[in-house]
Unconditional design. Structure first.
Length: 209
């Protein structure tokens, strides 16, 4: 288990700048906390948080971490767009499908393509950033509408629940592909005679996970 964590962190260190690595990790942990605590949200007939200790704490834990995640998530999106640009994540908005086509050919050859501007990995990450923005925005709207007793709160809640499905699918898909990529990277490291106790490769600009 410790070896697996070491390999994961070694890859994370070489593929992400320190600031992005820290914020990315914080977003990941808080998204997972949100997914778990969402099962403990309960309201009574009057629309108030359930008085049951478990559901009361679970509901407010979800709301509290959600508010913090909204700030950290917004910061994460901003720094990713600022350092890469929109075209890195959304090349199709410019009618550019060249790298996507090349990556599909690589996949058909049973290989995992590397991340690069306009690549499949970059496009998937862009969709993840979009899903994060939608989920957090709808969650904030629901929370504040609920707090003010506005009738539109239920509509905002339904939209938020639909958006959470997108972020959950992204976490599973993105995480699964990331683990495969790390496994292949570690195998290549071993094949070239490197291991976790030797000097790691220089940090590169790679967001394939």
């Amino acid at each position: 288990m410790m070896q697996a964590i070491h390999v994961f962190w070694a890859y994370f260190r070489q593929s992400h700048p320190p600031l992005v690595r820290t914020v990315h990790s914080a977003v990941l942990v808080m998204v997972l906390m949100q997914m778990l605590s969402s099962n403990l949200i309960r309201f009574d007939a009057a629309g108030r948080v359930s008085a049951s200790p478990l559901f009361f704490m679970g509901s407010w834990a979800h709301f509290g971490t959600g508010l913090v995640l909204a700030l950290i998530g917004a910061f994460f999106v901003i720094i990713e767009i600022a350092r890469r640009g929109l075209r890195y994540f959304f090349p199709y908005l410019w009618g550019d499908f060249s790298q996507l086509k090349a990556d599909v050919k690589i996949l058909l050859g049973r290989r995992l393509p590397e991340a690069s501007p306009g690549s499949l990995a970059a496009v998937v990450q862009g969709l993840g950033l979009g899903a994060l923005v939608l989920t957090l925005s709808s969650g904030l709207a629901w929370f504040f509408l609920w707090q003010t007793g506005t009738g539109a709160a239920e509509t905002a809640k339904s939209i938020h629940e639909a958006c959470t499905g997108l972020i959950q699918a992204y976490v599973v898909g993105h995480g699964g592909l990331g683990l495969i990529h790390i496994f292949l990277w570690n195998r290549n490291q071993r094949g070239s005679g490197q291991n976790g106790h030797q000097k790691e490769p220089a940090e590169k600009d790679d967001d394939s996970v």
